[in-house]
Structures are given as C-alpha cells and as structure tokens.
Design a protein around this ligand. Structure first.
Ligand SMILES: O=C(O)C(=O)CO
Length: 355
C-alpha cells in the first residue's frame, strides 16, 4: 500500500475529482476547475519527481482526471480502474507518455501546444547568442573578481552577423527560432534561406545549429559522434528540444577536443542529471529546462492542461486547431466549450469541434 501524499484541496465538495501532481503557475486554472464542479487536489510534496507509487497513491480509488508526470500502462490502468477518463501533460512534448497504453485504457491524453512556441524559440535564440559570445563564462569571470581591465583577447567569441543558421526540425518552434535569428536591419540585403537536401548538409554548412525535432525512435541520438565530426570546429549547437536527441557522452568528448565548439543546452539526456564532465566544460552553457518559462506561457500551459481535462469531463469536442489557442487564454472570458488539444482524439474517436 502506497504511503499517503500531502495535498492541497480546492472546492472539496466538487463532483469530479481532478488531481494535479504539481502546483502549476497562476490561479485561473484552479478557478476554472473549481467553478465547474471539480474537487481539485494539488500535490504539495516537496520532491520534484514523483515515483509511480506516489502517483498511484494520488490517484486513489476514485479519480476522474490527472494532470502531469511520466505515464505508462501501470498508471493509465490505475487511472482507468479509479474511473478516470483523462490525463493532461503540462507540456507540448509528450515523449514521457505511452500513448498506446492510454489508448488501451481509453484515457484521453492532453498537451499544451500553441502557447510556448515563441517562448521556447526565444530561449533557443538566447542560448545561441550566449554560447557564441561566451556570456556565461564572462559573467563567472566578473563575479570571481578576475576582471582587471580591457584586453584584446578577453572572451573573444563568434560574430553571428552574416553567418549560416541551421534549423533541424523546422516545425512551430524551429520556424519561430529561424524568424528570430534572421532579423535584419532596414535597408540591408534580404536574408536568404533554403531547405537543405540532407541533415548532414545542414551540419556541414551551418555556423549555428538549433535542434527542434520531437523525440522518438528516429531522433534518438540524432547528433552522434559521426555527425559531430562533420560540424564546423567553431560551430554553436543549441538544444531546447529533448536531451536524448544528442548523444551527450559523445558531446562531452567533442567539447573537450574542440574548445572553440560551443553548445547551449536546455535539456539533458538523463534529466535532471548531466553526463560526467559536462558541468566542467567552459564551452557549454547549461540551463535547467526553462525554455517555456515565461509567466504568460507557464500560466497558459496550466490553463490549457486544466481545460483539456475539464473538457473531457464535460463531454466537449476537441478544438479544431491546437495551434490557435488564444481563445482559451483570454483572462476574463469564458473559454470555448472544447478540449484545447487531445493527442489521441482520433484513436479514441472523440468528436472534433466545429468552432
Ligand atoms: O512543453 C514542453 O514540451 C516542454 O519541454 C516544457 O518546456
């Protein structure tokens, strides 16, 4: 028997039991659930990652929906036994979810696209600039009291103007990143772009490369020793997608062998850990998976996750275009009567909204 987990309860007499395995930003998502007859239980445990047993304890024996964490057959079948019908990730990526297992158990799986595109692209652009211009190294140098005057060689980095930017995975976020990096001043030559024939062409030609693919079997270790070897020795590689897209052990070796090669990483192969040696590399800028961390985006993600599960409880159809989620995010308006984004809607035969 799993041990009890500490929770905070909103609207205790609500008819539907909704469990959130994390506290999420903002209060609108709480209001929306509480005002719609949901009893909301938010896990208040201080540990960041809950175990399967912790989540089983949270589900209990009667639960209508669930909102976050790593999910497979054990949890989806437990949710089903408790009468649950929906789960929502508070993320656009759902590589942590076994959707086949959800399908087998008839559980709708929500995600939160549309609200984090620009925010994530901005972080990828920030990492590109920070890595190219050695911002973190220079900051550490200042704080260590080592600056004793301007020097011609001090923290010389890469000039990005006029260089080639490569985007691998030009979906929503990759395209937004490209737009940001291609900004140019009035009156300058137009920026040109092309679709490369192969990924190897991008890796060979680009000075800055940003990775934006989804993680699946085909993109696991997409950046491996062979591909690192064909990149320019002074290239900047950025990853704000998923850690296992890069073979991180190989990356550490490559960083050691090529001090002018730089990386900006928001995600790691064994998150929350870094592979041995990475933390010591001065040519790596590392941040803790914060690409979507702007207030507007994180509150919007919480709202979309809550509305995914609320919509399923209410029997609403699934929103027609999960990229156009603004109507759900208007602070003082009633959101549309739809689930913003259910990734397995088709497999479960859920109706689509005509709105
Ligand atoms: O939404 C996602 O997929 C995330 O990684 C959260 O930033």
């Amino acid at each position: 028997m799993a041990k009890p987990i500490s929770i905070e309860v909103w609207n205790p007499s609500g008819k539907y039991r909704v469990v959130s395995t994390k506290s999420m930003p903002g209060t609108r998502w709480i209001r929306l659930l509480a005002d719609n007859d949901c009893r909301l239980e938010i896990c208040t445990e201080t540990k960041t990652i809950l175990s399967v047993d912790d989540i089983l304890a949270l589900i209990g024996d009667r639960c209508d929906v669930q909102l976050t964490e790593e999910w497979g057959e054990v949890l989806f079948s437990a949710l089903k036994r408790a009468g649950g019908t929906a789960f929502s990730n508070m993320a656009v990526g759902y590589n942590n979810v076994d959707v086949e297992a959800a399908n087998r158990n008839g559980i709708a799986v929500g995600n939160t696209p549309g609200v984090l595109t620009e925010t994530t692209a901005e972080l990828a652009a920030s990492l590109s600039l920070a890595a190219a211009r050695r911002i973190v190294e220079a900051d550490q140098f200042m704080r260590a009291g080592l600056y004793d005057g301007w020097l011609p060689h001090l923290f010389v980095g890469n000039l990005l103007k006029g260089q080639t930017v490569g985007v691998i995975g030009a979906g929503r976020i990759g395209s937004a990143y490209a737009r940001m990096m291609f900004l140019k001043a009035n009156g300058e030559q137009p920026v040109t772009w092309k679709r490369a024939a192969t990924m190897e062409d991008v890796l060979r030609e680009a000075d800055v490369i940003s990775l934006h693919p989804v993680l699946d079997k085909t993109t696991y270790h997409l950046i491996n020793p062979e591909r690192l070897a064909i990149m320019k020795k002074e290239a900047v590689l950025v990853n704000a997608s998923r850690g296992p897209v890069i073979d991180e052990v190989a990356l550490v070796e490559h960083l050691k062998a090529n001090p002018m090669f730089r990386v900006g990483l928001d995600v790691f192969e064994d998150e929350p850990y870094m592979k041995p040696g990475l933390a010591d590399m001065k040519n790596a800028v590392v941040v803790p998976h914060i690409a979507s961390a702007s207030k507007w985006t994180r509150e919007g993600m919480a709202t979309l996750a809550a509305l995914n599960v609320l919509g399923k409880i209410k029997g609403y159809p699934v929103w027609g275009n999960p990229n156009l989620v603004e109507p759900f995010l208007k602070e003082d308006a009633t959101p549309p009567a739809a689930c913003p984004s259910i990734v397995n809607a088709k497999q479960l035969g859920l109706p689509s909204s005509k709105l």
